[in-house]
Design a protein. Structure first.
Length: 155
């Protein structure tokens, strides 16, 4: 039966639930992505249609987490896509994202056609989570729980 398992990488993560509870532990990303070389990225994995994902808390037994109850999933950027090459032509926008009682500041990499390079266009994509890059961390924020996004103009 072990031949039927999908090889995964255990990635350190923090889950902030919509009710305010926080859990630290590990998520398990497939070692091979379907649409590019290398491992599956956290955003690809969280935006898959399956409503639940396995999570191994640091202080307990494995649990299944409902994606709709996740406000923010945070992972280390190096673990997420440290080997990925960003398209240097993709615009980057500095933003503040408010979701429930949280405010997160960071950068959005707008990987879309140049005629759709507005933050609004990026937010209106059908994916459930967006990735906010904040230094060495990636925050995957559930878009249905976002109340405001403030674009910070660089001077």
């Amino acid at each position: 039966m072990s031949d039927l398992k999908i090889p995964t990488n255990a990635i350190l993560a923090e889950v902030l639930c919509a009710d305010g509870r926080r859990f630290r532990g590990r998520i398990f990303l497939p070692t091979t992505a379907m649409h590019h070389s290398g491992a599956t990225r956290a955003a690809e994995w969280m935006n898959e249609p399956a409503p639940f994902f396995p999570f191994l808390p640091d202080d307990g037994a494995p649990v299944l987490v409902n994606k709709r109850e996740v406000l923010v999933l945070t992972v280390d950027a190096e673990d997420d896509d440290g080997n990925a090459e960003d398209d240097p032509n993709s615009p980057v926008r500095q933003v503040a994202v408010e979701a429930e009682t949280e405010r997160l500041d960071g950068r959005l990499l707008i990987e879309m056609p140049l005629n759709q390079a507005r933050v609004l266009d990026y937010l209106n994509r059908p994916e459930m989570f967006l990735t906010l890059r904040a230094g060495h961390r990636h925050h995957l924020i559930q878009k249905e729980r976002i109340t405001r996004v403030i674009e910070i103009r660089e001077e």
